[in-house]
Design a protein around this ligand. Sequence first.
Ligand code: FE2
Length: 378
Amino acid sequence: MCALPSFSVAQPTRVVFGRGSLEKVGELASAAGSRALVITGRTFARRYGYDDKIRRFLEQHGVKVGFFQEVEPNPTYSTVRRCLEVARSMDVEVFVAFGGGSVIDVAKAVNVVYTLGGDVSDYVYPKAVNQKLKPLIAVPTTHGTGSEVTKYSVLVDESTKMKVAISGEGLYPDFALLDPEVLRHLPREQSASTGLDALSHAVEAYFSRRSNPYSDLMALEAARISFMYLPCAVSGVLECREKMLFASMIAGIAINHTGTNVGHGLGYTLTVEYGLPHGFANAVILPGAARFYEAYMPEKAERFFEAVGISRPPGGLEEALRSLMASVGAPLRLRDLGVPGERLEELVRDGLRYQRNLANAPFEITEEVAREIYSLVY
Ligand SMILES: [Fe+2]
């Protein structure tokens, strides 16, 4: 029997979960300040009238409201800088992020620079931002990111074309408002891709050299829910989306302990170079990583199947992941995504740049291993 690893648990975000909880945004924001900047993406909040709703909830509590509604998927430094100007022009006291991971990550990064000064590029990993920032209320509109409870913000540095991370204790949102009703309008493809992002967080957290009993608990339950409910979530059943919203939140708690590893590390470049949605990019890599996970952590792999409640198929974790992905219409192989075979060496080179993720894997990711994983999923 092995000794338990040392770990500490600090999960400072207050989570408010439940249908209709978006309404509480006014009360929470007014306790934190009198001028709020609401940050959203370009279409979802407008199309379904959530921006007006949020304005109403805030104004009912005497909060003055400004908007920044220009966050794109895979947001860049320049988006953060533009949003920062709006925040400064209204002397904002509290941030409200309403959107997927991109929106919440921009809000976190803007908050860092707004509170501490300087430029967004001054704060990227390996620096840690542990200072207390302005209050941030995060309302996820997808069931994948987990960013509403994490200490990470992931952005694209347009000069290096790399995904960079800002991280530290300061980045935990003060509140995470999880309102499953909001997921009613989530398009099918985004339900699939963001749900697979949550699953990737769960699988990568569980098969991580930094995992501990607490992160395992969160990761296994998130994986169990994803295997059971992602397909019906993708077909639009609200009860299933609600379960996935919970799964995505606890998978976020898991990666606060472990970071991510192979799926994210080797997947980022597929998003930056080929525009593949983040969740699909991680998921397409995972079956290749799965062989290594099972080889290096056979007992944990066995426990994974027990906890998730599925019997191990002949092809192991690799096959189990591929069947789930196929059932939600996710791309299964790089060649289906228009990645030319002769570009594999570039992927290996670019993928290996993400050592901040890859170093968390339970095995060493040499050039040969990275090449093997990309080839396995090609
Ligand atoms: Fe992710």
